[in-house]
Design a protein around this ligand. Structure first.
Ligand code: NAI
Length: 484
């Protein structure tokens, strides 16, 4: 199946369909664009003409290429027989099924139908089709011309050659295709759930403010913190996706939606678009108070850097002159004080186990090059936080909470990705590519696991599991098996 010169019909000329038509036409395909709404296809083409003109004005596209792209797009008043149909209509199972029935009456036997559905099972969509093997998911991300990821989704009946042909086509269009089985949320919307869920959990327990959570995750390399991101996506949309993944997993409690978000939706505080979500707009997230000048290194009789692996090496780079021991825990020992990377236990839990309850500071997973880093103390140890500043971070004390902010979030993303691989949803490389390209994560879950180590991640999740006692933090069997 070679789709290099395929004639394409895009059905649905809305936000996604228009973008898909543009990308296909820019790659040289003849594209027919159809929409049931009168004038919608023509309007999409007019809008595209303006967009392309803008790109020409900025020197990003030649006038000839823009004109050629436009001439390849033809708004049509009825469905057409073509080699490939890409469907981007309303997200409704029955309406999509009805469209496929209409299309099958028109199309030749070897024509392919690709659906851009973001949440409906491709397996379910194919039911009732004469040729279910020709239906495949081709899940683009918004905005289509800019986002590199395409999830290529196989339903139970999808012919592997059909999926392969769509992967090849997406790559030819300059996209990065990642293959996935049709399971709830596919790759990105599934693995990303904990990014929101952990923040919502911290908010529900009232242990951190939204601006603190956002600042710490931004410092870890995320473009946006989870709270400002939910405000941008819209709480109604984000809550709906969470609910659909929860229901589609037979109400597995790991995917339980949050009352905090439900309340925002109930109030109509939907985020940016309604002027208020976690924050008020246009102001957005308030900045955390700046810290004074970087404190000088406090005096100590003995300082030892403990730990091995990627995180300990990063800390060692900031303190090259101190003694190093490859211990089970990671962090600094300053006389009797321990300043430790969180292992999922609270500072107080660890201190209670130490001789004379010697004091403990726990700090969050330091993924970025400095910046805000959550920490918690077993006692009044404010003076000792200067050590975190010496390590290059801005210490941000919070309520003594297991897994703090970044560590619990990353551990849960890693856990979900391992579950997805275990269940044959995608490959490890596929999960990494999907999260980096689909939601701009600074690294993929398997890259984080390699840096931090599987053992500390499992230990952290087990500690959270023991602390909260629910199904939420159960470790993926695939992840745990890597330890043996
Ligand atoms: P949209 O509402 O902007 O566009 C949908 C278009 O389909 C409308 O112009 C509508 O008139 C047309 N339409 C509805 N029923 C039709 C039919 N039976 N035949 C022909 N045209 C029909 O929606 P959007 O956002 O473009 O979404 C389209 C699809 O893409 C949905 O399945 C959605 O889940 C999926 N998607 C959306 C993303 C997003 O960020 N908006 C991201 C990835 C996928």
């Amino acid at each position: 199946m070679n789709l290099d010169n395929a004639r394409i019909l895009v059905v649905g000329a809305g936000l996604m369909g228009a973008g898909i038509a543009q990308v296909a036409a820019q790659a040289g395909h003849e594209v027919a664009l159809f929409d049931t709404r009168d004038g919608a296809a023509a309007a999409a083409k007019t809008k595209l003409a303006a967009t392309l003109e803008g790109l020409v004005a900025k020197g990003r596209l030649t006038a000839e290429a823009a004109a050629a792209t436009l001439t390849r797009i033809t708004p049509v008043a009825a469905l057409q027989p073509v080699d490939l149909v890409i469907e981007a209509i309303v997200e409704n199972l029955d309406i999509k099924r009805a469209l496929f029935a209409e299309l099958e009456a028109l199309l030749s036997d070897d024509a392919i139908i690709a659906t851009n559905t973001s949440s409906i099972s491709v397996t379910a969509l194919a039911r009732g089709m004469k040729r279910p093997e020709r239906l495949v998911g081709m899940h683009f991300f918004n905005p289509v011309p800019l986002m590199k990821l395409v999830e290529v989704v196989s339903g139970l009946g999808t012919d592997s050659h059909v999926a392969q042909a769509i992967e090849t086509l997406a790559a030819r269009w300059g996209k990065t295709p990642v293959h996935t089985r049709s399971t709830p949320g596919f790759i990105v919307n599934r693995i990303a759930r904990p990014y929101y869920a952990e923040a919502l959990m911290l908010l529900q327990d009232r242990v951190a403010r939204p601006e603190m959570i956002d600042a710490c995750l931004r410092a870890a390399g995320f473009r946006m913190g989870p709270c400002e991101l939910m405000d941008l996506i819209g709480h109604d949309t984000n809550f709906a996706v969470t609910n659909s993944v929860f229901a589609a997993n037979f109400y597995d409690r790991r995917f339980t939606p949050s009352l905090v978000q439900q309340e925002l939706v109930d109030a109509g505080f939907l985020g940016r678009k309604s002027g208020r979500g976690f924050y008020r707009y246009p102001e957005g997230a308030p900045a955390l108070p700046a810290l004074g000048a970087k404190p000088s290194r406090p005096s100590a009789r003995r300082v030892v850097l403990h730990g091995r692996g990627g995180i300990a090496d990063r800390l060692a780079a900031a303190l090259p002159d101190v003694e190093r021991q490859s211990s089970e825990w990671t962090g600094l020992e300053v006389d009797r004080l321990q300043i430790r990377l969180t292992d999922g236990r609270t500072a107080n839990q660890i201190a209670a186990l130490r001789e004379f309850h010697a004091p403990v500071v726990v700090f969050d997973l330091p993924l970025g090059d400095g910046g805000d880093l959550a920490c918690a103390c077993s006692g009044n140890l404010a003076d000792h936080l200067a050590w975190l500043a010496v390590l290059g971070f801005t210490p941000r004390p919070m309520v003594d909470t297991p897994g703090l902010i970044v560590a619990r979030t990353i551990a849960m993303l890693v856990n979900e990705a391992h579950d997805a691989v275990q269940q044959g949803v995608c490959s490890e490389e596929g999960a990494d590519a999907a999260m980096k390209l689909g939601v701009n994560y600074p690294a993929g879950p398997f890259e984080w696991a390699a840096l931090w180590g599987e053992r500390p991640i499992v230990d952290l999740l087990d500690a959270l599991d023991a602390y909260y006692r629910g199904e939420r933090y159960r470790v993926s069997p695939y992840l745990r098996n890597l330890l043996t």
